[in-house]
Write a protein that binds this ligand. Sequence first.
Ligand code: UDP
Length: 244
Amino acid sequence: MRPKRIEVLGVPVDCVDMSTAVQRVDDAIRARQTLSVLAVNPEKVIKAQSDVTVMRLLTNAGLLIPDGIGVVLAARIFGLGKMGRVPGAELMPKLCELAKVRGYKVFLFGASPEVNERAAQKLRETYRGLNIVGRQHGFVRDDEIPELLDRINASGAQIMFVALGSPRQELWIEKYAPILNVKIFQGVGGTFDVIAGSVKRAPWVFRKMHLEWFYRLAVQPRRLLRQTALPRFAYQVLRRRFAG
Ligand code: UDP
């Protein structure tokens, strides 16, 4: 069943929590439907408001997960619907677990060659029996794409994790999903780096307090520019709420 789709500050997001998101993916594979899974967070909401391409990519996605607590709180503040936080970096391991249990075939695309290889190794260790049928680092030239597409289709992969960063991964999925036999495409950003251990997730206490964004900012100050979206998002939510 398709989850209810609402709009937060004019940008679509689906009312799901972790278990309904995993269920939606499983249902799509069983029904042989193609489903792209993209993350919605305050940064993307702000971007989509002024960037028609980002808005189109989100609008056309099959499943829009509430990636950050900001989106979940905004939906709650506006009384639009109930959802739980579904960070893309947490959904991917859940989908690996699902793939292991159901025997779904997985393809890993993106990140540097070392990170891609180490992520595959780590996933194989963590989810014994997980069928990773192919992988490719994320720095392919345009002339290498046809061979890559053939290889993906020949692998029989049903789930593909695309880790190229935003909006590169969303654009890639939009362009190539129609010619691939893969059913599930999840855009996972820097998640391979986290799995490979080259970028650490925030310590538990930061995650529990929903301050992962703050931790990432502290350890990767280059994100500062991107994070200016957060106060803008909060301001717009509060203004709209209290201005009626
Ligand atoms: N990346 C890639 N190909 C490119 C550019 C980036 O595979 O042409 C990878 C990069 O190595 C990293 C990921 O994309 O693994 C981007 O991570 P980032 O944390 O910047 O993405 P976000 O989650 O913020 O979208």
